[in-house]
Design a protein. Structure first.
Length: 230
């Protein structure tokens, strides 16, 4: 914290993420000031200073305060999948390991109007090693994360988002490959049915080709979203 004095008023201004709790960060992290007055309100919210006090203070003081909190615009955070809280190690569950229940709760949280989305998502995806997901712990654990300072929390969020983006990229690539494989299979089947060259082959070669095509279809179907091992 950096201390500024204005007459008989003392202001303690955060100058690092370790000075800001997640509970406070959640109140203003989504703000995007578009004019000077909104920017003053933004600075007021971060510093917990009455906006009127800033408006009636010297411009030089406001500039010093604004420069002090400039670190909040730095979004380059080193991801980390682990945080130690009260002596217990908490780990972010990889996106491809999340259960359906977890994904449903994450999506519901993101689509809600909640002002505590970050802490709620952390309560869903971050827990001690070996612990199974239990929706009943979200409210209690949410408060645990809300009381942490941001230098401990932001790396966890960065880690989860990076893994989520990687999973989405892999899924998109898989979708392209699957579409190409399906098109190849479709073309091959059409060739078997309509191709004159295939019809001129000996009967045993045509049977073999048809068998291989059906085998390919069976193998490709395993990668379909509708494939059942039953």
């Amino acid at each position: 914290m950096v201390k500024f004095e204005l007459g008989d008023i003392t202001m303690h201004i955060p100058n690092a993420w370790s000075d800001i709790k997640l509970a406070d960060y959640e109140q203003w992290f989504n703000s995007k000031p578009e004019n000077k007055m909104e920017y003053i309100q933004f600075v007021s919210d971060i510093c917990k200073i009455d906006k009127e006090l800033l408006l009636h203070s010297p411009t030089q003081l406001f500039d010093m305060v604004a420069n002090t909190i400039d670190f909040v615009f730095d979004t380059d955070v080193n991801p980390s999948g682990k945080a130690t809280i009260n002596g217990t190690n908490y780990f972010v569950t990889l996106s491809d390991k999340l259960t359906l229940a977890e994904w449903v709760d994450i999506e519901s949280t993101l689509e809600s109007d909640s002002m505590t989305k970050i802490s709620e998502i952390l309560a869903i995806v971050c827990r001690p090693s070996g612990e199974s997901y239990d929706a009943q712990t979200i409210d209690r654990r949410k408060e645990l994360f809300r009381n942490l300072t941001c230098e401990k929390v932001l790396p966890l969020i960065a880690f989860f988002l990076r893994k989520k983006q990687e999973s989405e990229a892999i899924l998109n690539h898989y979708s392209v490959v699957l579409a190409q494989a399906n098109q190849f299979l479709k073309d091959s089947k059409a060739f078997v049915q309509n191709g004159d060259g295939i019809k001129r082959l000996p009967i045993w070669q045509r049977i073999r080709y048809t068998y291989l095509t059906k085998s390919l279809e069976k193998q490709l179907s395993k990668f379909s979203d509708f494939y059942s091992i039953g």
